[in-house]
Design a protein around this ligand. Structure first.
Ligand SMILES: [Zn+2]
Length: 703
């Protein structure tokens, strides 16, 4: 009897507990949860550029970089359109530099924004809107009242000083940085004072105790306020911007995003051929790198100078280099412009001269080699005010120098009647390491490695742009450092994709048109992609993009109700899709069967798992090689042939060449050959002098 009562008591307790657990999780989420991904609106105005051209550009591009990581399509909206746009069409409004907002953005817009929040929308504001009256800067009353409503903000104040640091407080947005003391480069900042009734969560606080960021739920929506601009270096050092976007859009749901390639990093190698006019030197460098790229399966861009530079009296020898250039094109190398004369921009004061450098080199390359779309900027930073000229000269994009600490900036810069795609480099170059700073090879590698590690840790297919020069590739010491960098960042990895800028932009153009719907279930996520709006010519670029599920481990994927073997722990690799609707069913847990965790970009025409074999049907998209990485299996059959696999840790790696490229022989010459020539000359001179001396001494003895 006692035993039975005990048993019943225990059963009752168990039932009560399980119902509590159930109530705890289901109160917040009732499955299935259907979620339609709406684009983000990034608010910008050309007027901002007139206030501060660099900061407004940096802020705009930093936000776009984070949106690419979050895998979220976006539109850049002119602030003038805010007053008459339908806010419900967007999942989140981002103000990269709210301080610059026009005073015309009135109470009526802010009321609409609050309503939008109530019905599930969201916004992220970087900065407190202010205006100038005489010499003083005043915060805008409308916005202060609005922030009062959303965050319980009482007032904003201002601090001036130095050696500020920032500490993250506990929140989903800051969870990657708990305990970190993040240095603040600014010598002054605005800070928030909250009213005692505020429900907002504090995200960031300085060592002075001042609040720099808050997050709040309002109605069904969410909002984040930073007092710092999106161009602040704090966002270049942390994942806080990415996590803010994810939290605003997904709240407590698992974030899902579409990234331009699978893996942690998109590795974009740029070469500036400063010695373009020296046929042997530049030819050797290109032939060497081309051979290397065929071996290690990566692609790169090669920027040529079409006029005189580097004290060379000659100009580029199109005829002698033609075979090598054609082989490079065949292999998937992208040629870009490095201008006509490699000008020092601050010495060029006329627009006409700038235009000549851009347009003439474009014409030279188009006339002698191939149609191009990119400019690799020489001599440090290309003046932002001249961006319209790049477009006018015929280019689609430019790769800017590095602007330390602003290394995460990629995206569209709107222009007066147009726009241009801008990439900022993510790291220092060989020129910086060896010529400017005169670092030792060990020191250069150490700095490069440390920087790359930050991007690798950031993950989410982060674009990583690095620059080397032709002259370094034919210098033994520097080439050794390059090879070390190549191995560390790309060749020895199983989760890094190589890409040129034009392929990146084509992917971007396809990416921004994909419509995504997500259905959340307790143990799986269904993702439906609608590709009807993707332009026909860019459809193939959807191949090898990935659907990233942040914070879950994928165990099993079905594509259109069939088992699908292309996925890693946190993403599913897209095959090539046509115009239509496609569904992925993604389950969580530990993956049991063989699956491909990474592929460098190519067209995936089909993928299936048959017994223990992975069968792929691939064809070429851009690069003529593909690297395939798989786990849990040892049999990979591509286009009907078994691929030889090499073990790398727990991963098997296979390589496939679509079309072998014959690399023409170039006269072997190394940078030290020049030195050798010089040394031989010197030795000969010594011998000659010696000979003359001996002769004259003999003559004396004889006399
Ligand atoms: Zn250069």
């Amino acid at each position: 009897m006692l035993l039975l009562r005990r048993f019943l008591n225990a059963l009752l307790l168990l039932l009560t507990l399980s119902s509590l657990v159930h109530a705890g999780s289901s109160a917040a989420q009732i499955y299935p949860i259907k979620f339609t991904v709406k684009p983000v609106a990034v608010v910008y105005s050309l007027r901002y550029a007139q206030i501060n051209i660099a900061e407004s550009h940096y802020a705009l591009l930093a936000v776009q970089y984070s949106l690419l990581l979050a895998g979220f399509p976006y539109k850049i909206i002119d602030e003038q359109n805010l007053l008459h746009m339908d806010l419900s069409k967007y999942s989140c409004l981002i103000f990269p530099y709210a301080r610059y907002l026009s005073r015309n953005i009135s109470t009526s817009f802010l009321d609409a924004l609050a309503e939008c929040l109530k019905s599930g929308g969201s916004f992220i504001c970087f900065g407190i809107p202010a205006y100038r009256r005489g010499n003083v800067s005043l915060y805008m009353d409308d916005w202060m009242r609005f922030y009062g409503r959303i965050f319980g903000l009482q007032s904003v104040s201002f601090r001036f000083g130095k050696d500020f640091t920032v500490l993250a407080e506990k929140h989903k947005i800051t969870s990657d940085h708990l305990g970190d003391r993040i240095p603040l480069e600014d010598i002054s900042y605005d800070y928030i004072i909250l009213s005692s009734s505020s429900n907002a969560s504090v995200l960031l606080r300085t060592n002075m105790g001042d609040i720099l960021a808050v997050a709040s739920r309002y109605g069904g929506g969410r909002a984040v306020l930073f007092t710092l601009s999106a161009s602040d270096s704090l966002f270049q050092r942390t994942s806080i911007m990415l996590r803010s976007i994810q939290w605003c859009i997904f709240g407590d749901l698992t974030p899902v995003g579409l990234n331009l390639a699978c893996g942690r990093v998109i590795w974009m190698l740029n070469i500036d051929a400063d010695w373009s006019a020296d046929r042997d030197a530049t030819g050797n460098a290109l032939a060497w790198l081309l051979r290397r790229s065929e071996k290690n399966c990566f692609t790169f861009s090669w920027a040529v100078i079409t006029g005189n530079y580097s004290g060379l009296k000659k100009t580029i020898d199109w005829l002698s280099l033609r075979d090598l250039f054609n082989a490079s094109l065949e292999a998937g190398v992208e040629f870009t412009s490095h201008t006509v004369h490699h000008p020092v921009w601050r010495n060029i004061t006329s627009k006409e001269r700038v235009m000549f450098e851009l347009a003439q080199s474009y014409r030279d390359i188009a006339g002698n080699l191939t149609r191009i779309s990119g400019l690799q900027v020489p001599d440090g930073m290309f003046p932002i005010e001249y961006y319209p000229l790049i477009r006018k000269a015929g280019y689609e994009y430019a790769i800017q120098t590095f602007a330390y600490p602003f290394l995460r900036m990629v995206g569209i810069q709107p222009l007066q009647n147009n726009s241009i795609f801008i990439f900022w480099r993510s790291t220092k170059s060989d020129y910086y390491y060896f010529d400017l700073m005169k670092y030792s090879p060990e020191e250069a590698f150490r700095i490069e490695k440390k920087n790359f590690d930050c991007f690798y840790a950031l993950g989410h297919s982060a674009p990583y742009l690095l620059l080397w020069h032709d002259y370094s590739l034919i210098n033994k010491t520097r080439r050794a450092v390059f090879l070390k960098v190549l191995r560390y960042e790309y060749a020895d990895r199983v989760d890094v994709s190589s890409m040129t800028a034009t392929e990146f932009i084509r992917r971007f153009e396809a990416w921004e048109k994909v419509k995504i719907r997500i259905t959340y279930m307790p143990d799986l996520i269904k993702v439906r992609l609608d590709t009807h709006d993707v332009p026909e010519e860019y459809l193939q670029y959807l191949s090898c993009m990935c659907l990233r599920i942040d914070g879950k481990t994928i165990s099993n994927v079905e594509f259109m109700n069939r088992s699908y073997p292309l996925f890693s722990d946190d993403y599913v690799i897209l095959p090539e899709l046509g115009h239509g609707r496609y569904e992925f069913k993604i389950k969580f847990g530990n993956p049991p069967s063989p699956h491909v965790i990474h592929l460098t970009t190519c067209r995936i025409l089909s993928a299936e798992l048959k017994d223990a074999d992975i069968l792929l049907n691939l064809s070429r998209l851009w690069d003529n090689n593909v690297r395939i990485c798989l786990v849990g299996g040892s049999s990979l059959i591509v286009n009907g042939s078994k691929i030889k696999l090499e073990k790398s840790g727990g991963v098997s790696v296979g390589y496939l060449t679509f079309k072998a490229v014959e690399i023409p022989r170039v006269k072997v010459i190394e940078a030290y050959e020049y030195l050798k020539g010089f040394l031989i000359g010197l030795i000969l001179a010594f011998l000659l002098v010696g000979l003359v001396l001996i002769r004259s001494r003999r003559g004396k003895n004889e006399s």
